[in-house]
Design a protein around this ligand. Structure first.
Ligand code: F6R
Length: 604
């Protein structure tokens, strides 16, 4: 979704800001803009379309040593030049870029219009720019604080004042803002991606904080002007994490990175001596962990499917009733929060608005919540009681692949950990720790052979619709496989528990409708084969992702290395990512930025 970048220093801000915007493109956007201060006045350029189009349209000599820029994903008002950020106050002195949503913008706008203020966009952000200008007191930070005390809503903000060209003022409430500390220069951004090249250290603003940033220093206060103390930490990400590294798409790079990403999630966490996993960040004692009677997972989209997979692992290994629910449903059904339920919030970005709100709801009602999160320092990682970082590295492609897989691996670690505190015996503990340790090599082996998958993808790309089926452990694999195909190839795909076919969907099975079946070699093999027979007898084509060759029951089989049964779903998902990727390639889709989707959904 929207992205913010700002620069104050001794270089020309324009190329730094454009490079930062390019780094934020992966989040999804529909317009972009930039503002710099030059000779005491603001120079603003903004337009609908891509960052490269904005760059091409800028005057050759545009420069300034302080500036802010933005990629916008439309919420208030259509994507257009006028609605693109930065937004200015009526006099053209204050420029604002904003992520989030001001809830009372319409009321405030009417009031301001009645006072003679004229607007040039439909956005809530312009309301903020006007309010900040009206609060002018010669101190931009104070004007921002006063203006923000008059609005309700979520924001990450960067503000420029042509009269105070040595600084950018930032504020955060519910939408991330980071300060990047460099040598005699400072950056700010909503995402680490825009900071890595020029900053050595990072500072995360908290909700309710305002910062004033100059080339050499920064200071922070609360909204009521009480100073706060911040510590800068080293930037953990590297420039190369945000490059395609010779691959055509980030999605392919991230799929192929999975052996290393799984290895990183496992690193230091496999305890062979006690046949368990070591999870230092849970912040819960063994006694507290033993006292939980059930687990409830909350997440959105693919992270929710990883949660379903995790709930299955927790139930079978820790023998705790475990369930998963979309966070947006959970937060609005006034959930009963039970003290003996362990809640687990799952998120790659750590910024998904619905998941964050669900975490806050649980905490407000006294529940304990762990996070399974990829982005260090993200809002969800800071809102939870403890958790497990994925350490999968930045995920740039909108379609989640390595983060999804590592979420499943983190759940396996948690399930073994809780299991070993309860009824899971040492022999099973050893078996699973060994199985986990073998995952990176098996994933690497699987990813080496893409030819069959490419052929299957070409075949599936010729159909308008596909079924995905799986049973128990295979069902979340099917759900995520269908999700991948939908989001990047735009082929309609539906996932069903395999046995549900005969209760309705079988009516659609025909030679024109392929079914992708997840067929592990486990205790449900016979049942899964029976479902394939039902499809065969209606002449439905079958592509199986399986451990065994399935003879005439499947038209095509992609064979996957066998793991321990409880861990099998982790590897069974990998060919489905490649299937979706190659189908989307065959159809000429925009792989890394699929239509209508954003990487990090920070609004409802
Ligand atoms: C799909 C995808 C989304 C995300 C969802 C949650 O490939 O990436 O469905 O899984 O938007 O995002 P996070 O994990 O950042 O909370």
């Amino acid at each position: 979704m929207c992205g913010i970048v700002g620069y104050v220093g001794r270089q020309n801000a324009v190329p730094v800001l454009l490079e930062g915007l390019a780094r934020l493109e992966y989040r999804g956007y529909d317009s972009a803009g930039i503002a710099v201060v030059r000779n005491g006045s603001l120079r603003v350029h903004k337009q609908a379309g891509k960052v490269r189009e904005l760059a091409a349209a800028l005057p050759k000599r545009l420069n300034g040593q302080v500036g802010i820029a933005h990629t916008r994903w439309a919420t208030h008002g259509v994507p257009s030049d006028a609605n693109a950020h930065p937004h200015l106050d009526m006099s053209g002195r204050i420029a604002v870029v904003h992520n989030g949503m001001i809830e009372d913008a319409a009321v405030l706008r009417r009031r301001l219009e009645a006072d003679g203020i004229s607007f040039s966009s439909e956005t809530d952000t312009e309301v903020l720019a006007q309010l900040i200008a009206l609060e002018d007191c010669g101190d931009l930070e104070e004007a921002v604080r006063r203006a923000l005390s008059k609005v309700h809503g979520a924001y990450g903000l960067a503000v420029l004042d042509a009269n105070q060209p040595d600084r950018i003022v930032l504020a955060r409430n519910g939408s991330p803002v980071l300060i990047g500390v460099g040598e005699r220069q400072m950056l700010c951004a909503s995402d680490m991606a825009a900071l890595v090249r020029h900053a050595q250290q990072v500072v995360h603003l908290e909700d309710g904080e305002v910062a004033s940033v100059t080339a050499d220093s920064f200071s922070t206060t609360t909204l009521d002007a009480r100073p706060t103390v911040k510590t800068a930490t080293s930037l953990s990400a590297e420039d190369a994490d945000y490059e395609r590294g010779g691959h055509e798409h980030f999605m392919l790079k991230e799929i192929l990175e999975q052996p290393d990403a799984i290895d990183a999630t496992l690193r230091g966490r496999l305890d062979t001596r006690f046949a368990t996993s070591r999870l230092g960040g849970l912040n819960l004692t063994a006694r507290e962990l033993r006292a939980f009677r059930r687990v409830h997972v909350i997440a959105c989209g693919s992270a929710f499917y990883a949660g379903l997979m995790g709930a299955g692992m927790l139930e079978s290994l820790a023998r705790l009733p475990a369930s998963a629910e979309p966070a947006a449903e959970f937060r609005y059904r006034n959930p009963v929060i039970e003290p003996d339920t362990l809640y687990v919030a799952v998120s790659q970005s750590g910024e998904t608005a619905d998941t964050l709100a669900a975490v806050e709801e649980i905490r407000r009602k006294g529940g304990r919540v762990l996070g399974i999160v990829n982005v260090p320092g993200s809002s969800i990682s800071r809102a939870v009681d403890g958790g497990i970082y994925l350490h999968a590295g930045p995920e740039i492609s909108v379609a989640s692949t390595k983060a999804f897989t590592c979420m499943a691996v983190a759940f396996a670690l948690l399930a073994v950990h809780l299991g070993r505190l309860r009824d899971l015996g040492p022999a099973d503990g050893e078996r699973l720790i060994r199985g986990l340790a073998e995952l990176p090599a098996k994933a690497a082996e699987l990813l080496q052979h893409q030819d069959e998958i490419v052929q299957a993808a070409n075949w599936i790309s010729a159909t308008p619709s596909a079924f995905y089926i799986g049973r128990v452990r295979g069902y979340p694999v099917a759900l995520e496989g269908a999700q991948k195909l939908k989001e990047i190839s735009y082929i309609h795909a539906e996932a069903y528990p395999a046995a549900e076919l005969k209760h309705g969907p079988l009516a659609l099975v025909s030679p024109q409708l392929p079914t992708v079946a997840i067929v592990p070699d486990d205790e449900l093999l016979e049942k899964n084969l029976a479902s394939l027979e039902q499809i065969n007898s209606r002449s439905g084509p079958v592509l199986a992702v399986a451990h065994l060759p399935l003879g005439s029951l499947a038209d095509r089989v992609i064979q996957v290395p066998k793991s321990e049964p409880e861990l099998d779903p982790i590897l069974l998902g990998l060919p489905l990512q490649l299937l979706a990727y190659h189908a989307a390639i065959a159809l000429g889709r925009d792989i890394d930025q699929p239509r209508n989707l954003a990487k990090s959904v920070t609004v409802e």
